[in-house]
Design a protein around this ligand. Sequence first.
Ligand code: NAP
Length: 273
Amino acid sequence: MTSSTSNTSPKGTALITGASAGIGAVYADRLARRGYDLILVARNAERLNALASRLQAETGRSVNTIAADLNDKAGLSKIENVLRDDKSITMLVNNAGVGSVASILKGDVDEMEAMIDLNITALTRLTYAVAPGFVSKASGTIINISSAVGIAVELLNGVYSASKSYVLSFGHALQRDLADKGVRIQTVLPAATATEFWDVAGYSSQKEAASTMTAEDLVDAALAGLDQGELVTIPTLQDGNDWTRWEADRRALTPKFANAKAAPRYVVTTNKA
Ligand code: NAP
């Protein structure tokens, strides 16, 4: 861990995973400018340290880095321990994630498992590590980065989309379990954003598409959504009522599932003739 220190921030410390590049690096920049001290996590120590030096110089905030592979049990456990032990932490941004565009017939199942480990398991374990401390202080913010393909599930690789649907569902459950205990939850659903994500996913040309947003615009909009108290923020969705209606329809289904009897359309008709 490298460390640059200044006066402790009254806003506390934000721990950001996947902070060496793309969306995570912009969160680091914006949160430091909002007065947070930072703990930046990713595998590439050199990139993390360069960002930490720049942000510390530009903002005067304390910026620590921890090089850790969240696909590795020891690396993940190190970050879980930091989240449990460092009482200055007031925000967790679960941003590290990888994607793919491979169809199920072309994808390597080991790569898919590694994607699940990072996009789902690491995000879940880090949330479990930080939540009890936030509940005990009745304050704290957890931002989980999902994706528009968590809803538009047919667009990319199915395991990736499903991993992001998990993040969205998990956010709803966190909201139910933690909101009344003083913990803020925000789930962010970026659509295509111009980062190295697309190089890793195997579709670099998406970065140049006219409909692709910059990481700066994405994070600024996501933080505006946080400021407005949104539980789910979809920066590219122009009409917020589209989400409100979808969510209301989903919730309206919930009481309709509880029935001991199957619906009439599933009643087996036997021909006694
Ligand atoms: P990115 O530029 O590729 O950044 C990914 C970050 O995650 C990097 O800092 C990377 O750093 C880190 N990372 C990758 N594997 C890791 C591991 N095993 N352990 C620790 N850190 C790891 O991608 P991005 O677009 O900023 O993605 C950020 C999040 O946004 C992801 O969850 C992604 O699914 C989501 N998202 C992106 C888009 C998009 O179009 N870009 C759209 C929707 C959602 P190191 O390589 O240094 O470890």
